[in-house]
Ligand binder design. Structure first.
Ligand SMILES: [Ca+2]
Ligand SMILES: [Ca+2]
Length: 312
């Protein structure tokens, strides 16, 4: 990965730390892989897919989508839609009895995208102008098999993504661990307003930041990255845990669902063609969730160093 790409990565994680990015693209989406979708019960055209139904194991995923449809009555009797929130792809309208309800958004009401960077590629290999356009379209297919299988795949226009070779797959964690460490150090350096890292996180990063042996950010060879991981292994333990904690939010349960992984995965795919395969194989027991232990193992963290208390 070259330096401009790394800058993009750091900016992205800064966003992630602020939760801004997560809020803009998360949706219920089996993102680990498409084939597994076929193992799920396929709904008939006339059946209505229950919200969160794509993830029967985890009811909370449904909550993430639909529980935000909170009706706060008596706050504003004039406009019942004011405090009636709808999930992505839907907008609030009132019926004849002035009752607010969520209906599919008309894609033409989405703000026009200002550039290619707002485009998204979906699993139907179609480029949508923005995630708003995508979710509006997905909503129009609600209850259909096609709609059930349609997900946001990655950020940016659709493009050919090379298959990930075995040897390349092993390079992925080397680079990613190094970025995670550098991102944390960058957050630490820039945290003037004290809102990027918590005090506990800062204490951890301070140790890495002040360690003279730390490999400075740069365009390093894979050999050097591998050597550094061996030599300075301890410096990588916290960054790997930290990233897990950043993603494990809906709900905080020690498992990453497809939805939770999306903010990391979607922007990364166009830059790193091994992303999909890497996260697929992280789920070593194939239950569609990445547990902390699975995540840590993926990044070469030893079993005895996996520590829930580091997810802070
Ligand atoms: Ca979780
Ligand atoms: Ca798993």
């Amino acid at each position: 990965m070259d330096r401009p790409t790394m800058r993009v990565w750091i900016i992205f994680l800064l966003c992630l730390a602020g939760q801004a990015f997560a809020a803009s693209i998360t949706e219920e989406q089996p993102i680990l892989d498409e084939p597994v979708v076929e193992e799920e019960p396929i709904m008939e055209e006339d059946e209505v897919m229950p919200e969160g139904g794509a993830n029967p194991v985890q009811v909370e995923t449904g909550e993430f989508d639909e529980a935000i449809e909170i009706i706060e009555e008596d706050v504003n009797a004039e406009n019942p839609c004011l405090n009636h929130h709808c999930k992505k792809g839907k907008v609030c309208e009132v019926d004849e009895e002035n009752t607010p309800m969520c209906v599919c958004q008309d894609p033409t009401s989405c703000p026009a995208s200002v550039g290619e960077f707002e485009h998204v590629c979906a699993t139907d290999n179609t480029t949508y102008d923005s995630s708003c356009h995508f979710f509006a379209h997905k909503c129009s297919l609600e209850g259909t098999k096609k709609g059930h299988k349609l997900h946001l795949d990655y950020i940016g226009p659709c493009k050919f993504i090379e298959p990930c070779l075995d040897a390349e797959l092993n390079e992925f964690p080397l680079r990613m661990r190094d970025w995670l460490k550098n991102v944390l150090v960058t957050l630490y350096e820039r945290d003037e307003e004290n809102n990027l890292l918590t005090e506990k996180q800062k204490l951890r990063v301070k140790k890495i930041y002040e360690n003279e042996k730390r490999l400075q950010a740069g365009d390093h060879s894979l050999d050097l990255l591998a050597h550094d991981f061996e030599k300075n292994y301890n410096m990588y333990i916290f960054p790997v845990h930290w990233q897990f904690g950043q993603l494990d939010q809906h709900p905080i349960d020690g498992f990453l669902s497809h939805t939770e992984l999306a903010p990391l995965r979607a922007p990364l795919i166009p830059m790193e063609h091994c992303t999909t395969r890497f996260f697929e194989q992280c789920d070593s027991d194939s239950d569609k969730y990445i547990a902390l232990e699975e995540w840590a193992k993926c990044f070469g963290i030893k079993d005895q160093d996996v520590d829930k208390d580091l997810v802070i």
